[in-house]
Ligand binder design. Structure first.
Ligand SMILES: *[C@@H]1O[C@H](CO)[C@@H](O)[C@H](O)[C@H]1NC(C)=O
Ligand SMILES: *[C@@H]1O[C@H](CO)[C@@H](O)[C@H](O)[C@H]1NC(C)=O
Length: 582
């Protein structure tokens, strides 16, 4: 399976992905721009999400709501969590559905088995998993954590120390890699969820507190050598891990998308409205998207990948759909590794005073390309190619009005249809600054040289993180794992455009098209998005609009994202989430 697929990558130029023309040609002309529909849907979606999360006012109500949602009693010391959440002014008290779905399969393991799997994970340094032990409210880091990742373990300790005194003794295993670790096959997962489905029957402690006596196996000073994880770095992983959680008759398990020159139109259509992402969560689901195998570093050729198909209680900062890792708030964000901190020299102006440019900088660290051209499928390289090196033979589709906006009535409805335009025309109308910087990393053989010639990363001067705030539109893209920049982007006055298959702890709280602009992972609609928000001139030399800029709408999303992040994505919210999880 691996050889022919790789051969295809070598033979085919993935660049210039073109959505099948027929898909859009066959759609009628539209009198409402799909983005308007999607923005208005997002308002009601967020409204109904908020309604169902309207916080309980007392711990008794919160416990009642817990039983209603999760069909079991809340854990012992629930009141301590509730009081902590209230003290931190957490807006979210009741809705932890995604957290619960994530831990549901672990009810199928006995407590002793969970302890054993944790012990195994942290006792072999090859696994690249760090351990934290909690005994009588005191935390310690297990031996064998590599010095490069001590900052991460220390940040986790810092986060947990806020509430450690209320936790029972426990051992925890933290993934030190960016890539997720455990992907359980569909059928096994169904079985596990079946075992855990009636938690009312779980034994509860007589005293109403955690059971005091647990059997701990000390982490050995001399590391163990066995491991349930296997080495998968530099290999394709979609069919062994990324899609195994999908039903056996799903497209991801039954189809191969061989024609890498064209985007998989039926894959996109399922979660989109025209070119635009309709369902952000579904858009990351691999099961209807066999083409994701060749579109993302994690699936194509991850740089660090030690994985298993067994269910492992391992905590990760982010994961692709289909992995069973337990998400916890990112230490990267908790200790401000990328921070929103504008300065006098690099201020964050109001949206309308920023430069109307789509901006992205990054390095080639999404995956490891070993000489077979796997980099051509990686999202970061696709993005840089699309905006800098696409030739006029590639003609991206862009959604534009068929006739000019009425200058007297710029809000009057217009008729739109998809048109195919050359990159030079697109660049003449829209401003972008997208570049791979520094040097070509994670490559071997000819892939280093070819990428260097293509991207010339040394020609773009380095920049400070705070200089992002000059631009109205900030592109955000996964790397080897999640993008650590997204939170600062959200906190700024700029508008993030986000393309991502990785999901983090906060995913259900943030609404696409209300708090940020979602982008399909194939990136095909990026020009249309920019044209909608930044506007499109009839003629680049004259000041008449074919489509007026929708800057009010852009500013509204930027502002709502910023305000919402200040309410539900604070460090306090990370602590409240983590406390609840543990
Ligand atoms: C939220 O609930 C309020 C009061 O029950 C209701 O008036 C409102 O329409 C609801 N909003 C949504 C979006 O469901
Ligand atoms: C691709 O674009 C970059 C940036 O504009 C340029 O430096 C490079 O020479 C281009 N490469 C090719 C092969 O055209």
């Amino acid at each position: 399976m691996r050889v022919p697929r790789r051969l295809y990558i070598a033979l085919t130029l993935l660049f210039g992905i073109q959505i099948c023309f027929w898909l859009f040609q066959s759609s009628r002309q539209m009198s409402v721009h799909p983005i308007e529909t999607l923005m208005s849907d997002a308002q009601s979606k967020h409204g109904s999400w908020l309604n169902q999360t309207a916080p309980s006012k007392t711990v008794e109500d919160a416990a009642k709501e817990y039983r209603r949602r999760y069909r079991r009693d809340p854990p012992p010391r629930f009141k301590a969590w509730y009081d902590y959440a209230k003290l931190q002014n957490s807006l979210i008290i009741d809705d932890f559905d995604s957290l619960n779905e994530e831990i549901a399969p672990f009810w199928s393991l006995s407590p002793g088995d969970i302890r054993l799997r944790t012990w195994e994970s942290v006792s072999n340094p090859w696994n690249f998993i760090g351990g934290i032990q909690i005994r009588k409210g005191k935390l310690s880091i297990t031996p064998h954590v590599p010095p490069t990742h001590m900052w991460m373990m220390q940040a986790i300790v810092e986060m947990i120390e806020h509430f450690a005194r209320w936790l029972p003794d426990m051992d925890l295993a933290f993934n030190l890699n960016d890539e997720p670790r455990s992907a359980v096959r569909f059928r096994e997962m169904q079985g596990r969820l079946g075992i855990g489905h009636n938690p009312w029957q779980l034994p509860t402690s007589e005293s109403g507190d955690f059971q005091p006596d647990r059997l701990w196996i000390p982490v050995p000073g001399e590391p163990i050598e066995d491991s349930r994880y296997s080495e998968g770095s530099f290999h394709d992983s979609f069919h062994r891990y990324g899609s195994v959680s999908c039903p056996r008759d799903s497209r991801a398990r039954t189809e191969r998308h061989w024609n890498l020159r064209e985007s998989c139109a039926h894959c996109v259509a399922e979660h989109s409205l025209g070119q635009f992402v309709r369902d952000w969560s579904y858009a990351a689901d691999p099961c209807h998207q066999p083409d994701l195998a060749d579109n993302f570093g994690l699936h194509l050729s991850p740089a660090s990948f030690k994985d298993t198909n067994e269910l492992m209680p391992v905590f990760s900062q982010s994961k692709a759909h289909g992995y069973s890792d337990i998400l916890y708030p990112s230490p990267w964000n908790y200790v401000d590794k990328s921070v929103y901190a504008p300065t006098k020299d690099e201020p964050d102006f109001p949206f309308r005073d920023k430069v109307s440019t789509l901006f992205w900088r990054g390095t080639t660290t999404e995956g490891m390309t070993t000489g077979d051209g796997a980099w051509k499928g990686m999202a970061r390289q696709r993005l840089a190619h699309m905006f800098n090196n696409a030739t006029d033979a590639d003609k991206p589709l862009i959604l534009l009005p068929t006739s000019s906006a009425d200058p007297k009535n710029p809000d009057a409805p217009q008729v739109y249809n998809y048109q195919s335009l050359s990159p030079s025309t697109l660049h003449a109308h829209l401003s972008t600054s997208i570049a791979l910087v520094d040097r070509i990393e994670r490559c071997a053989g000819p892939d280093c040289r070819i990428q260097y010639a293509e991207f010339r990363p040394d020609t773009t001067p380095p920049l400070s993180f705070q200089s992002h705030w000059r631009y109205k539109y900030l592109f955000d893209l996964d790397g080897a794992g999640f993008s650590g920049r997204f939170l600062p982007f959200l906190q700024s006055n700029s508008l993030p455009f986000k393309a991502s298959l990785m999901r983090e702890w906060w995913d259900p709280r943030v609404t696409a098209w209300k708090h940020f602009v979602p982008v399909d992972f194939r990136l095909t609609e990026t020009w249309s998005l920019l044209a909608y928000f930044a506007g499109w001139r009839k003629d680049v030399k004259r000041d008449a609009w074919l489509m007026r800029p929708h800057e009010r709408e852009a500013e509204r999303i930027a502002t709502e994202g910023r305000e919402w992040a200040a309410k539900v994505l604070r460090k306090e919210d990370m602590e409240v989430y983590f406390f609840r999880l543990l």
